[in-house]
Design a protein around this ligand. Structure first.
Ligand code: MV4
Length: 497
């Protein structure tokens, strides 16, 4: 395999910048592609070269294989990093790159195809002895047979689309009488959404937690896991807050789940960075959900607890090099939390909040990482995902990471659009989150807009600041007491090394 000298990043915003950063550190050239509204975006300005690929609609730019391949040829890029979304889990695109002699930084088309088909993935991992939720072994063929299985495993039942994933095309069936009508509706929905009406059924797990494992595999048969993440804080299947490691797992359970994750990766000859998603129920039973064959949005929490540069590992593995670490070389240190900062209004049903980013002042300091795709002065439009940035912090333990995140959220200044920062603050202060006793229903169970702290106007803030100054100046000097209860508390340690 040849060395990669120039990478075209077939993506935009924060993830394009994330890949560019590592390429630069590795001395690899970078090519950005951009749509018309992205012409002056940071990912274009930071790349060595850039190629215009079309209009705002993704279907005319970031999703057009021919344009991406042409851009790579035109600039002499020897590899393409797809980021997440867009063409990242498109087996035909990976195949096309191969045919054109361009390295696709990701798994082989076979792995993308198998894991992209949720019933095939289910069949494959079941054969490998990995637990899946009780249900039909493969896609639903016969309605009477399916109804019998539903009776056996018991209601509620979840109907899922084979071509779905990420929560698209799911329906909960609560009782027998609603089974047939729901199956028919789900089929027609799936046909409309994916052009594929195959569905399957599973027992609906009631209060699950979403726990996923990061794996990394090379072309020499080495597969390691880079620990786990918990992503149960979601809103309409959109993750909002993720953490690593998952606070629920014991070392034994982590080991057992990691072995399953590695088995799943080996079972589809996986190469590169991948994620195996599980649901964990309140009895700590775990079930395989799906495998994502790409770098995930939330990969920074894994990088922070492991010290691994996942993008660098992806690139080296794509060159055919061996993984630079063995399982026993990897260690988890402390805890990390990521908050996705969206241009959405949490006090108004998370409505997209577009506008000019008049001010974008990001938090700084030890253990704070900001992956932003937009800069001050740029407009937030409805053309793409409304994510402004990912704010990730690392602390010596979970409590420390929570405190650090609250500090960082407080420091974050955005003017020009509403953001999900108040929602993140609400969550991080919530008892259920602080005690790590939460599941995928956190948002519907606990959140309502009235519970958000009212944002104060600039005048009120200025007044409050001057009042605070006066009270502090007149307050008697605080006495300094020793930290902890006599025990050496290591309060001075930032990380747990
Ligand atoms: C489930 C489930 C309960 N039982 N499967 C949602 C996204 C897709 N990846 C699968 N999902 C679920 N599958 C069974 N058998 C509940 C969900 C689910 C969920 C999963 C993870 C995170 C958030 C979620 C929110 C609602 C439902």
């Amino acid at each position: 395999m040849p060395e990669i000298k120039k990478v075209l990043i077939a993506n935009r915003a924060e993830i394009a910048l994330r890949v560019i950063h590592t390429c630069k550190e590795l001395g690899i050239g970078t090519v950005a592609v951009y749509s018309r509204p992205d012409a002056a975006s940071p990912h274009v300005l930071h790349a060595d070269e850039s190629v215009f690929i079309g209009e705002a609609a993704s279907s005319e730019s970031y999703l057009v294989m021919d344009k991406i391949i042409d851009a790579a040829k035109q600039t002499g890029a020897d590899a393409i990093h797809p980021g997440y979304g867009f063409l990242s889990e498109n087996a035909a695109f990976a195949e096309r790159c191969k045919k054109e002699g361009i390295i696709f930084i990701g798994p082989e088309p076979y792995a993308i195809r198998v894991m992209g088909d949720k019933t095939e993935a289910r069949e494959l991992v079941t054969k490998l002895g990995i637990p899946t939720p009780p249900g039909l072994k493969s896609e639903l063929q016969d309605l009477d047979e399916a109804a019998r299985v539903a009776d056996e495993i018991g209601y509620p039942i979840l109907v899922k689309a084979a071509a779905g994933g990420g929560g698209k095309g799911m329906r909960i069936v609560h009782k027998k009488e609603e089974f047939e009508s729901n199956i028919k509706a789900a089929k027609s929905e799936a046909k409309n959404a994916f052009g594929d009406d195959r569905i399957y059924i599973e027992k609906y797990l009631e209060e699950p937690r979403h726990v996923e494992f990061q794996i990394m595999a090379d072309t020499h048969g080495n597969v390691v896991h880079v620990f786990d993440r918990e992503c149960s804080i979601q809103r309409r299947h959109q993750k909002v807050i993720e953490e690593a490691p998952c606070a629920l797992l014991t070392p034994e359970l982590r080991q057992e789940m990691a072995e399953c994750a590695i088995k799943a990766a080996k079972g589809c000859d996986y190469v590169g960075a991948g994620t195996i998603e599980f649901l964990v129920d309140k009895h700590l039973n775990f079930y395989f959900l799906e495998m994502n064959t790409r770098l995930q949005v939330e990969h920074p929490v894994t990088e922070m607890i492991s010290g691994v540069d996942l993008v660098a590992a992806q690139i080296r593995v794509a060159e055919g090099k061996k993984l630079p670490f063995r399982q026993e070389d990897l260690q988890m240190t402390g805890a990390a939390i990521e908050c996705r900062i969206y241009a959405e209004d949490p006090s108004n049903n998370f409505l997209p909040s577009t506008g000019m980013l008049k001010k974008h002042r990001v938090p700084t300091g030890d253990g704070v990482r900001v992956d932003a795709g937009v800069e001050e002065g740029q407009a937030i439009t409805i053309n793409y995902d409304p994510m402004i940035s990912k704010l990730t912090v690392h602390g010596k333990d979970r409590d420390h990471a929570i405190q650090r995140m609250l500090r960082a959220l407080d420091e974050y200044e955005i003017v020009g659009c509403r953001t999900t920062i108040p929602f993140c603050e609400f969550t991080l202060k919530h008892e259920a989150f602080r005690t790590a006793k939460y599941d995928t229903h956190f948002v519907p169970d606990y959140f309502s807009p009235e519970l958000l702290e009212k944002g104060a106007s600039d005048e009120v803030l200025a007044l409050a600041a001057s009042l605070l100054k006066i009270t502090q100046e007149t307050k008697p000097q605080q006495t300094v007491t020793a930290a902890g209860g006599g025990e050496y508390s290591e309060w001075w340690k930032n990380r747990r090394n």
